[in-house]
Design a protein around this ligand. Sequence first.
Ligand code: PMV
Length: 324
Amino acid sequence: MKATAQAPANIAFIKYWGRRDNVLRLPANNSLSVNLSSLVTTTTVEFLSEAGEDEVTLDGQAASPKAAARIQAFLDVVRQRAEFSGRAVVSSENSFPHGVGLASSASGFAALTLAATQALGLPLTEKELSQLARLGSGSACRSIPDGFVEWQTAASNEESYAISLYPPDYWEIVDVIAIVDQTEKSLSSSEGHEAAPHSPFYQARLEKFLPEQYAKILRALDERDFSAFGTVMEEEAINFHAIIMTAQPSVLYWNGATMNILHQVRAWRRAGLEAYFTIDAGPNVHVFCEKKNQPELVRQLSAVPGVEDLMVATPAPGARLITE
Ligand code: PMV
């Protein structure tokens, strides 16, 4: 009745932003991501036969009522499938700060899905685990499979899940994450998904921009063409933030240090250091380079004003059980 699982956060090259169904968390568009080796959540779930409230500890502290309610609601789905009614004791540790747009909900719900189903003896396939994780947090479905991952939009719960396109060792690229702010996000991603369609640019993103970019990035991945890959990733990050800035409500996630990095990355490229950025729903910047350029990129990024910390991640496997 007890199990521990570990799952990575992921960063999307093509972002999921906006949903066709808010309850089932069915995305409005396909998305593509890679799992991140050093951003990991480890979660232990134990089910007790007694009824009562679940007990949830996140990074050594009792979860906020909002976070605990979301986890309890997710565990209710798992309990229903297993026809079990006891309460759960959940303890979760992140290797990185949570709530700052570093996708702790993705790694968190992926690890929770695997640990909770294992603890209740539910034998699920990777596809079923991905579908289930999606109900906790959409992007969590991409933290179940290995390496480079695609999540397709679909009209039903059964058809929307993520699959691995390439294993982690397919391509030696490196994500150097510049932390410029460690405070909590000003808008939850659920609120962001609902705000997105109010941007006057949203339909153009869905109908024209994303289909074109998607085809280009799949080709770049297939050919391991870093320049083409980085160009699409960066254009997509800007399009995604333009939607956020022009939605209702409008959110400005970038701070001054974010902007410093964006200008620097382009200046480094002009000077021959090939690096490209993407930014999730927050101010921190993911800068990608090929492995050979990692030391130079780390050196340059650490000198940018406003950069508080750097994390280095490489493509990683998906969710795993930890045997004690
Ligand atoms: O999984 P959610 O609902 O937290 O959505 C997060 C979506 C982004 O991280 C902003 C983009 C993505 O595709 O990961």
